[in-house]
Design a protein around this ligand. Structure first.
Ligand code: SF4
Length: 351
């Protein structure tokens, strides 16, 4: 089997493992053992699968790509957030972020190398899409994080590099491998998928009927302002996005979150807050405000006073609003910054 056609070990389904075990003339119970190593123990190095016979371990390592990424660098902030730059088997790189809080641990995973949406304020989108990540590459990011913290996180957010809903098949499979009890068995309600408002994908995700949360990066409360931030090719009208949000809520019963990156002079006026409040109220949605974390683009973080005023307007309208703690801002937290730094040859420093 050529390397290109090999599947990642941590993307195997139960049926695929059973078929493989049978094809190797091994007893059926070996399939449960292999699945247990991969998804419950999170061991993807066949040599460490101690209850398997040596010939089966060897066959696994020959037939599948076992460990497909390495941690090339890790940048840690004083607040405990750490960002891992993962080098993939084809030389590309993605990031995953481990975000601790007093009451929970969150992993932020990437879904693509680069991003086709190319939001004007985002480092990840600067060079467009390089390629989609395989489901196993998403699961492996999760495993890297688990190895770092010595266990499972409380939450997983697909909010790293990429528009996951444009890589739907792989994202759906990664969610299945994380959630289903025969695999990792991680609660769907602890998973959040973020989207830039890719309407067909939002509806497709709703149709899965899974209890995953949906976070929609609205970033603007009217189409004209949104057009200044997100290029035309993958930007949908707010009306259509809201229809898809309603559909999502009906299908899953889950509350939507609107992500709103506050950018100085672009979308941070009182009028923007009032329009956003009206939308959030109508959609029964929460709002997560994210003060812009400057990258190389010509956008800036609003002054603290403006941020607080924006938040206060939403709160006065009884909107459930969080101001995202700027965890990781010292470690290039805006998505894609670490990868962009490496691509440009700039070395990240421990801060
Ligand atoms: S903000 Fe998200 S959707 Fe927009 S370019 Fe960056 S990664 Fe893609």
């Amino acid at each position: 089997m050529s390397a290109a056609s090999k599947q990642l070990l941590c993307s195997l389904t139960a049926d695929e493992v059973k078929t493989w075990v049978a094809a190797h003339g091994a007893p059926a119970f070996r399939a449960s053992q292999i699945l247990d190593w991969i998804y419950k123990k999170r061991i993807i190095t066949p040599n460490l699968m101690s209850n398997l016979p040596p010939d089966l371990r060897l066959a696994l390592s020959e037939d599948f790509i076992c460990v497909s990424s390495v941690i090339e660098s890790e940048v840690a902030a004083g607040d405990g957030t750490s960002k891992l730059l993962l080098r993939l088997r084809d030389g590309e790189a993605v990031e995953m972020v481990i975000i601790p809080a007093p009451d929970r641990m969150t992993f932020c995973l990437s879904t693509q190398v680069g991003c086709p949406v190319q939001c004007r304020f985002c480092a990840s989108g600067a060079d467009g899409l390089v390629r989609n990540l395989d489901a196993g590459e998403m699961v492996e990011q999760f495993f890297h994080g688990c190895a770092k913290i010595g266990g499972l996180p409380d939450n997983v957010v697909f909010m790293g590099i990429g528009e996951g809903l444009l890589n739907f098949g792989n994202l759906e499979k990664a969610i299945r491998l994380l959630c289903d009890s025969e695999y990792v068995g991680f609660g769907a309600r602890r998973i959040t998928v973020s989207t830039s408002g890719f309407v067909p994908g939002m509806r497709q995700l709703a149709d899965l009927g899974r209890q995953v949360n949906l976070a929609v990066s609205l970033h603007a409360a009217d189409d004209a302002t949104r057009a200044a931030l997100i290029p035309d090719k993958l930007r949908y009208p707010i009306r259509e996005i809201l229809d898809a949000c309603e559909y999502y809520r009906e299908k899953t019963g889950r509350m939507i979150t609107f992500e709103y990156t506050l950018i100085d002079g672009i979308n941070d006026k009182s009028g923007d807050a009032e329009k956003l409040a009206a939308i959030a109220k109508r959609m029964h949605a929460k709002v997560n405000l994210i003060p812009y974390n400057q990258t190389t683009a010509d956008f800036h973080r609003p002054p603290d006073k403006v941020i607080r005023n924006f938040q206060a307007i939403l709160e006065r309208c009884d909107i459930q609003v969080t101001l995202r703690m700027e965890k990781g801002s010292k470690v290039s937290a805006a998505c894609g910054q670490l990868r962009a730094k490496h691509a440009s040859g700039e070395h990240s420093k421990q801060e």
